[in-house]
Design a protein around this ligand. Structure first.
Ligand code: MRU
Length: 362
């Protein structure tokens, strides 16, 4: 059985997401009946992970269109799509993927609304087909990231030997349409028989590592061990880690990368212990509007995530909390950025922005 975070049936317009707040104890799907539901499941982190957020958000617009078939004309449909896409971007601020998807699909809707080749009904069908394609494209991109990442990590180890990898947060099937980005690299290494062991961090406070990544690794029978977030230095000192691979929520033009809180300190520890540190993400995670990571807005979430576990208070009453959901790892700490088009090495001095600004990114 494959893990499926998103269930989408274009024929009947039904969208369901696996409620990730209940994993691993309970497997329960929630129906997303329109854009309001889409916004809520993203905001509450019932679906999370940058690519999955963009896919569910966009699919919720498709559901909305299918649920309300009576648009006055193509301009009215375009305006609804634009408003809905802009609204979805506000659900969570740090990951760029929903933002990129909103711009991309708004441009498509604009084109379709002006083009004489499409009637109102054809515009709807064409638009929904384009959104539907996102799921397959994401899996294809993840498989390419997996291949490039495994090639890159194995390039630096003796022929035939296997590797020990550390990852943080959840970047797998639950965070994407399937396979995963950083976890896709790990899956690819495992499929080649070259993964000796993977370590995953707990990823406090939401515990994406302990609840979700550990769940995926056990599900796929990948040899894995869970560690607490404060064990990374000890792990690197004693367990001969070959490489770290993490995901990304937004990559600035210079290669600075926002990812789950705790990524930055792992990168510092990797530098100290001389362990290569890789970011794995699709091209769509690059935000050329931001010249560096200081411009990335970091989402701050509720104190409750830190003070409570399953509604039971675990922190002292009266203490104040700071709960940033992401941090930014400077490009100088990143060995390579593994993308669906290949590996970029900003720390080698190659100019990240010049190399990628010429590409059409949608
Ligand atoms: O807060 P989350 O769980 O949405 O954060 C997820 C991450 O930081 C992931 O590493 C990132 O989105 C990449 S997922 C392929």
């Amino acid at each position: 059985m494959t893990l499926q975070a998103i269930k989408w049936n274009k024929a009947d317009g039904k969208l369901e997401i696996l409620d990730q707040t209940l994993l691993p104890a309970t497997t329960s799907y929630i129906q997303v009946k329109g854009v309001k539901d889409g916004w809520n499941v993203i905001n509450k982190m019932q679906v999370r992970g940058a690519p999955a957020i963009a896919i569910v958000g966009s699919l919720s617009v498709a559901v909305e269109i299918l649920q309300h078939p009576n648009y006055e004309d193509k301009k009215a449909l375009f305006q609804t799509i634009k408003d809905n896409m802009n609204y979805l971007v506000t659900a969570r601020p740090t990951a760029v993927n929903m933002n990129k998807a909103a711009n991309f699909f708004t441009e498509i809707a604009d084109y379709l609304s002006y083009s004489d080749e499409f009637t109102l009904s054809q515009m709807k069908d064409e638009f929904i087909d384009r959104i539907d394609k996102m799921l397959m494209d994401d899996i294809k991109d993840n498989k390419a990231i997996g291949k490039f990442g495994a090639d890159e990590i194995l390039r630096n180890v003796p022929e035939g030997s296997s590797v020990r990898v550390l990852t943080h947060c959840n970047t797998g099937s639950l965070a994407t349409a399937g396979y995963g980005t950083a976890l896709g690299v790990i899956r690819s290494l495992h499929e080649r028989g070259r993964l000796e062991h993977v370590y995953c961090t707990e990823t406090r406070p939401y515990n994406q590592g302990a609840r979700l990544t550990a769940y995926e690794l056990v599900h796929d029978n990948i040899p894995a061990t869970l560690i607490c977030d404060d064990m990374v230095a000890a792990l690197m000192k004693t367990k001969q880690i070959t490489a770290v691979v993490v995901g990304a929520d937004r990559i600035a033009a210079n290669g600075d990368t926002a990812n789950k809180i705790g990524t930055y300190q792992i990168a510092i520890l990797a530098k100290y212990h001389d362990v290569p540190f890789y970011v794995a993400a699709p091209l769509t995670s690059i935000d050329l509007n931001m010249s560096n990571g200081d411009q990335i807005i970091i989402e701050e979430r509720s104190e409750q995530e830190m003070t409570h576990m399953n509604d039971k208070r675990i922190a002292a009453e009266g203490i104040t909390c700071w709960n940033p959901a992401f941090d930014v790892t400077p490009t100088s700490l990143i060995t390579g950025i593994i993308m669906n088009t290949g590996v970029s090495k900003p720390s080698d001095g190659s100019d990240f922005i010049l190399k990628y600004s010429a590409l059409t990114i949608n």
